[in-house]
Structures are given as C-alpha cells and as structure tokens.
Design a protein around this ligand. Structure first.
Ligand SMILES: C[S@@+](CC[C@H](N)C(=O)[O-])C[C@H]1O[C@@H](n2cnc3c(N)ncnc32)[C@H](O)[C@@H]1O
Length: 212
C-alpha cells in the first residue's frame, strides 16, 4: 500500500461513497449543457460510455433518452444511485484504469469532472484507453482544467476529503493530439464544485474531440 496512486484511488472511492447523496443534491438540478454539442452529432441509438458517471443525473439520464448508455464509476454508492435514476442504463462499478471494454465499442466517451480524480501521470494512459474503446470517428467529450496542479487534497468537498490532479489545458491539448484525437470544440462548463459560502463556481474547459 505504499503506492501513492493506490492510496489516492481508495480515498476517492471512499469519499464519493460518503458524499454521493450530497453530490447528487448539488448536481441534479443542473441542465446538461456540457453534452449539447455532442448530442447534435450523435445518431439515435449510438453507444456512449459515461466515465465517472456519478449518480447518473443529469448526464446519463439525458443521454439515455436517445442513446445506449454504459456507465462506469469506482464508487459503489454512486453506481447504486445511477442504477436507480437511470434504469435503462448499463452501469459497472469499477476503476476506469483497470476495467476493460472491447476496442471500438463506443460511438462516444463522456468523462465529465472525473479525469481530474486520477493522478495526472496516469491520465495520458487513460486518454489512450478512451481512444482504443472508441470506434474511428468516435467522440470524446471531457472536462479538463485550465491550470496545471500536481496531486492535492481538500478536506471540505461535500464534507469529505477529496483528491484532484491535473495538467494545464495546453498540456492536455498536446496529450490529446499525441493520442490520436482532433479537437473540434473547446467550451466552458456551466457547472463546477461550488464551495459552500464561496459564491463562485469553478470553471473547467469542456473539450469535444474526435478519434482520427
Ligand atoms: C465529480 S463526480 C462527476 C459525476 C458526473 N460525471 C457528473 O457530471 O456529475 C466524479 C465521479 O468520478 C468517479 N471516479 C473517480 N475516480 C474514478 C475512477 N478511477 N474510475 C471510475 N470512476 C471514478 C467518482 O466516484 C465520482 O462519481
């Protein structure tokens, strides 16, 4: 257990198990604006993988109206809620870094507010996994970060200790290009963690990319 990655993964899983309901309460009323550009491009019945799907609201629940949705999340409590909120989705409780899917099995991969919970040294390998799981021409929609921040924890994320780690947007754009993606659009999120009493909402870039 000396591997810091293992420690942080356990912390993230335990943290989301403990704050799943509080996170869901803060997220459930948000409009799913992040997926608008992706939805316009997907045909009905397309297969979408939602990585770090959380409680399934609002993203998986919106996608499932027209798409076939598979969700993966490391937190058993989040997966339990997602199954309840989105009965027609197919949800798997697993670490996205160790679970596997068949190559070219998805038309789109969506990873909103989840990549930054994985140690950044591992994130290029995660983006390569997304590339492998997407069919050629498939879409990756993900939230990234503006600033470079090595791994850090905060103790007051919905009442739990949480871990984040990210590169700068410029570094991510390089990783995406190197992994075989072409960036189609970069927007800004309408949603981010809003610490109680702070009033400002953290902004994250939302990147829509396509597998070459
Ligand atoms: C901030 S929530 C985002 C939930 C949802 N995507 C949304 O848009 O509200 C991050 C989610 O990522 C999940 N997660 C974090 N690390 C993960 C990993 N290594 N594998 C799978 N899921 C992970 C957490 O359990 C949590 O449900």
């Amino acid at each position: 257990m000396n591997d810091p990655e293992i420690v942080y993964r356990a912390l993230v899983r335990r943290g989301y198990d403990a704050c799943a309901r509080a996170y869901h309460e803060s997220r459930k009323a948000q409009a799913p604006t992040e997926i608008r550009g992706l939805m316009e491009r997907l045909e009905d019945g397309a297969s979408v993988l939602d990585v770090g799907c959380g409680a399934g609201v609002p993203i998986a629940r919106s996608l499932v109206k027209r798409q076939r949705v598979t969700g993966v999340d490391v937190s058993p409590e989040m997966v339990r809620l997602a199954r309840r909120h989105v009965p027609s989705g197919d949800f798997r409780c697993a670490d996205v870094m160790s679970t596997t899917f068949e190559p070219s099995s998805f038309d789109a991969v969506v990873a909103l507010y989840s990549i930054f919970h994985i140690p950044r040294e591992t994130q290029p390998a995660l983006i390569q996994r997304f590339h492998r799981w997407l069919r050629p021409g498939g879409y990756l929609l993900c939230t990234l970060s503006h600033q470079s921040e090595p791994g850090y924890t905060e103790d007051d994320f919905h009442g739990v200790t949480m871990y984040w780690s990210n590169y700068s947007l410029g570094e991510y754009l390089g990783i995406l290009a190197h992994s075989g993606f072409v960036v189609l659009e970069t927007a800004s999120t309408a949603y981010g963690y809003n610490e109680a009493g702070q009033g400002t909402i953290e902004d994250h870039p939302v990147v829509l990319a396509q597998r070459r």
